[in-house]
Design a protein around this ligand. Structure first.
Ligand code: GLU
Length: 334
């Protein structure tokens, strides 16, 4: 990382969480659960919670998606600290890190263009391991047949392990389960892994909460973070929320008829079980959040003047389907 950021981070103390949706559409229930969990975990530790929009993969961005995300989070009462962060506005930082890695010989040019797309955008589920065709080849950096090479990170062999909050450590074998990852595509797009690994460090993130479909990518990201020489965050990969058809659940808050029943849980069938209706759940959450409001909200959000000179705790409307959170094997003590 650039020196000024390293210095800045050296002075940081305290917990920081983040929610990092891609603006590819509306948030579904799984995303919302991730947001709520991340917010709860961070707030319960008295930490700051950041909102980052992962909008580097511009062809996948959808008009209006960012506004819809902000409005859904607003509806849930999940306030973030500081300005909204967009990865598209941080390309300079990622480019600086990429150049430094390139100069240090950690990257190599690769011409295997057919694998590129699969490697680059935030992949959900198991990602194919790059077989290393270009690893030890001498390949020019310049255009060939009108194409530039992509740039891959040379992984050190061995086990890549990371800390998982409330669970055993995660670990993957670099050579057979991870492989050399593309950090810059041949068409110039910067990869999700580069931006995300750099951002967790540069933003001082201590706690990452995200779906378990992204767990495979954690090895790549922590490897990169180790190379950059800063402490890696602690991760929590939550089981996916699936609907009755086994697809990632696609409901947004308030849009679901109250009597619609959901099936929630992880990928393993034993975790699939019918849950309460949205209306019942919303009521439960309301109670729980009201009860814990003091602990959850930062002081500045909690105390507002009541217009008569006194102070009172701000009550906000919160509605959230807590079924998946409740169903999670590592329940949040509430
Ligand atoms: N933006 C990506 C997604 O929404 C990745 C999020 C993350 O790393 O937490 O799938």
């Amino acid at each position: 990382l650039p020196e000024h950021l390293q210095r800045q981070l050296a002075c940081r103390r305290g917990n920081r969480g983040r929610f990092a949706p891609s603006p590819t559409g509306r948030l579904h229930l799984g995303n919302l659960r991730t947001a709520l969990l991340s917010w709860l975990i961070t707030r319960l530790q008295g930490g700051e919670w950041l909102l980052r929009i992962d909008d580097l993969d511009t062809p996948r961005n959808r008009a209006g998606a960012e506004a819809a995300i902000l409005s859904d989070l607003g509806y849930l009462g999940l306030e973030w600290d500081g300005p909204l962060i967009r990865q598209s506005e941080r390309r300079g930082l990622y480019g600086t890190v990429l150049s430094a890695l390139r100069r240090s010989g950690r990257l190599y040019p690769c011409r295997c263009s057919r694998r590129m797309l699969a490697d680059v955008s935030a992949p959900h589920g198991a990602t194919p391991v790059y077989p290393g065709f270009c690893r030890n080849r001498v390949i020019g950096w310049g255009p060939q047949q009108g194409r530039l090479p992509s740039w891959r990170l040379r992984l050190r062999p061995g086990v890549l392990a990371w800390a998982e909050q409330l669970a055993q450590c995660g670990s993957l074998v670099a050579e057979t389960e991870v492989g050399d990852v593309v950090l810059r595509r041949a068409d110039g797009f910067l990869a999700y892994h580069l931006a995300t690994a750099v951002d967790e460090l540069a933003l001082g993130i201590t706690d990452v909460v995200r779906g378990e479909d992204l767990a495979d990518n954690t090895a790549r990201q922590i490897h990169l973070q180790h190379m950059l020489g800063l402490p890696t965050p602690c991760y929590l990969h939550t089981p996916l929320v699936l609907d009755a058809r086994g697809e990632p659940g696609g409901v947004d808050p308030g849009a679901q008829p109250a009597d619609k029943r959901l099936v929630a849980g992880g990928r393993r069938p034993r975790q699939l079980q019918p849950r309460l209706s949205i209306a019942q759940l919303a009521g439960e959450v309301q109670e729980r959040v009201d009860h814990h409001l003091d602990a959850l909200l930062p002081a500045h959000a909690r105390e507002v003047t009541d217009g008569r000179g006194g102070r009172r705790v701000r009550r906000r409307r919160v509605a959230f389907q807590l079924d998946a959170v409740e169903n999670h094997p590592h329940r949040i003590a509430a």
